[in-house]
Structures are given as structure tokens and as C-alpha cells.
Design a protein around this ligand. Structure first.
Ligand code: NAP
Length: 325
């Protein structure tokens, strides 16, 4: 991963280059499936969601990661509303598409060039912008040759509608197929301290190819924030997709919470929260590109933004790696 240090007004700050593009971003971004993602999470509030986005922009969070699938366009609409009141160029806007909603309301996957081209145009409209910084194919479909799907995005890049091309939830073989012509700049797949499969084969390959890796669910959907303890295990409302995640199943949950518990004394040394310590660990990890923690409230976002000031030393970085090895 190419992490470049820039000097801006005398400040040293690290930026991450996206693939081989000219796009450079701050290491800490924002994930927005809880902004308008009513089909994935219960009880979301649009006004709070918009405040999260505005607070992020106010605190120099550049990469904002959304998708059609978050509220079937609603997340993009809310972000678009906020963008209209801000300088568009301050934001590195990433969205995703591939889901087609059929007349009977079912969601199917479609990576055909025509569908992706239409998806990009519709995302541009909802986001009130004339270019996307990043567009990801959200999930691979069964039938479309992957290089053909990416070729359609390359034509949109040449037309000025997007700046970088990504794929998400693709296996290593699928990434190789998609990148046959060298057009893929980023891969967004699941990775966090509790779920490290991506770094076995996929991420080393991406680094060799100068393709950026954006890990999703960096807090394992909240387990890694330190808000739970052995005597305070999580309880989610019906409809929360976390009820289906293996990490939260009773047989795994206690062991996972016990690992996170070991982060608490390390976080205390830095006068940081566990969430901040975990984000600082990702930012120090040379294999990982921009981190996009989700936030439901401006307060959570403000805590996460402060992780940029946690300067983790090498021995604590290694100690954390060992806890989750
Ligand atoms: N490409 C894909 O297929 C894919 C899949 C999943 C996610 N994503 C992207 O990745 C982003 C991140 O994943 P995610 O949001 O699902 O999970 P996450 O970042 O692992 O966890 C976010 C959750 O952690 C909790 N949280 C955040 N900051 C906190 C803090 N400071 N203190 C205490 N709790 C805090 C909140 O939980 P509560 O809501 O319970 O308060 C928040 O909703 C998404 O928003 C989305 O943009 C992409």
C-alpha cells in the first residue's frame, strides 16, 4: 500500500494513494450503511445521518463510502443533500452498484455493462454530482465476464464520470479476472482484527499489483469498539443484520469479547478508547488502505476521528497483532 506523506502548511500528514491513480485520501474515512440504510438496520434517523456526514466533512474525513444497497438509493440521496451545501471537491465519494430490484421487490445481482452504466448515472443523480471518485461493483454476478464489467467502468472513467474503479466481495481469482486489463484500482472486502482471512492471500496480491485494499466492517460491526464486556454482551433489536453474523453467535461471542477485553489496558496507556486504538492499529498497518468505520451518530464519528492522534508504538502494534493471531 502506498502511503505518502505530504507537508501541508507545515503539517506532516499521511495520505494514501488510490491504486496507481492521482487520487490521494486521508487514512480515515466514513462508512455510511447506517445513513439511510433502513433496509439493513432498524430505527435509523435521516436527520442524524445527515449530521454524521456534515460532521465528517467538517473534520476533514475525505472518503465517504456509500452504496445503492444502503436504503436502495436513500443513503446516496441523504449524502447528496449534504454535499450540495459543501465543497464537492473536499469529499472523495465512493459508491457501489450491482443490485437490481425486480418488479416483485426482489434484489438480484447484475454486472452487465448496460446495467452498471445505468447504475453510475443514477448514483450521480442521487448524489447531485457530475463525477464519482470511486465506483465499486458491489458483488460479482454469476454470468458477466468480469473484465467486461470493469471495461464498462473504464469507458465511464474515460468519459469523466468516475476517477477510480473498484470491486467488492470478489475472491482473489475473481479480482485477477476483473483486472485482466489493469483497470482495477481498489478492492473493498471484509477485514478486521477478528476476521483476517483477506490478508492471507488476497491483500499481498493487491499490494504487489498496487491495488488499494479498503477493509469493511473494521469494528466487526461494533464488537471491536470495546463497548461490550464479558458481563455485558450485545443484544440487538430484531431486524439488525448483526444477529446473523457468526462472530456474534453465542459459541463465538464470549471468546471474541475476551480478546477485545485485552485491548482495554493498552488503550488506557494512550488515554484512548478501544475504538480509537483499533483504528490506529489499522492506520499503522502497511497492508491496509483507507479505513471506513461506520458511525450511527456524530458523537461516534467524533470519537473515531480522534484516532488519528493515537501514535501507536511498534511493540503495542505487535502485541495487538498477537492477541488476534
Ligand atoms: N462492500 C461491502 O459489501 C460492505 C459490507 C459492509 C460494510 N461496508 C462498508 O463498510 C462500512 C463499515 O462497516 P459497518 O459500518 O457495517 O461496521 P463497522 O464499521 O465495523 O461498525 C460500525 C458500528 O460500530 C459502532 N460504532 C462506531 N463507532 C463507535 C464508537 N466510537 N463507539 C462505540 N461504537 C461505535 C456503531 O454501532 P451501532 O450502530 O450499534 O451504534 C456503528 O454502527 C459500512 O458503513 C459500509 O460503508 C461495505
Amino acid at each position: 500500500m502506498i502511503k505518502v506523506t505530504f507537508s501541508e502548511a507545515g503539517d506532516l500528514m499521511e495520505k494514501i494513494q488510490i491504486g496507481r491513480t492521482e487520487l490521494n485520501v486521508n487514512p480515515l474515512g466514513l462508512g455510511t450503511n447506517k445513513i439511510g440504510g433502513y433496509n439493513l438496520f432498524p430505527n435509523l434517523d435521516d436527520e442524524t445521518g445527515k449530521k454524521v456526514v456534515q460532521t465528517a466533512i467538517d473534520h476533514d474525513v475525505e472518503m465517504i463510502d456509500t452504496a445503492f444497497m444502503y436504503g436502495l438509493g436513500h443513503s446516496e440521496e441523504l449524502i447528496g443533500e449534504v454535499l450540495q451545501k459543501n465543497d464537492r471537491h473536499k469529499v472523495v465519494l465512493a459508491t457501489k452498484g450491482a443490485q437490481q430490484v425486480t418488479a416483485d421487490g426482489k434484489v438480484t445481482l447484475n454486472n452487465t455493462p448496460d446495467f452498471l452504466t445505468k447504475s453510475v448515472d443514477e448514483s450521480l443523480q442521487r448524489l447531485h454530482t457530475d463525477y464519482l471518485d470511486i465506483f465499486y461493483i458491489h458483488f460479482p454476478d454469476q454470468d458477466t465476464p468480469k473484465a467486461e464489467a470493469v471495461g464498462a467502468l473504464q469507458r465511464l472513467r474515460e468519459a469523466g464520470k468516475l476517477r477510480a474503479i473498484g470491486v467488492s466481495n470478489f475472491s482473489l481469482d475473481q479480482v485477477k479476472e476483473a483486472d485482466a486489463d489493469g483497470y482495477v484500482d481498489l478492492v473493498e472486502n471484509q477485514y478486521n482484527l477478528l476476521q483476517q482471512d483477506a490478508v492471507k492471500e488476497l491483500v499481498p496480491y493487491l499490494n504487489e499489483q498496487h491495488i488499494s485494499f479498503v477493509p469493511y466492517e473494521p469494528f466487526a460491526a461494533a464488537l471491536l469498539t470495546g463497548r461490550y464486556a464479558p458481563d455485558n454482551l450485545p443484544h440487538f433489536e430484531e431486524g439488525d443484520h448483526r444477529l446473523t453474523i457468526d462472530l456474534y453467535k453465542p459459541d463465538q461471542l464470549k471468546a471474541n469479547v475476551a480478546k477485545v477485553e485485552q485491548l482495554k489496558p493498552i488503550a488506557a496507556k494512550y488515554e484512548a478508547t478501544v475504538a480509537q486504538l483499533v483504528l490506529a492499529w489499522y492506520m499503522k498497518n502497511p497492508l491496509i488502505g483507507p479505513v471506513i468505520p461506520g458511525a450511527r451518530t456524530p458523537e461516534q464519528l467524533l470519537v473515531n476521528v480522534q484516532s488519528e492522534s493515537v501514535q501507536l508504538n511498534d511493540s503495542d502494534y505487535e502485541a495487538i497483532a498477537r492477541i488476534f493471531a
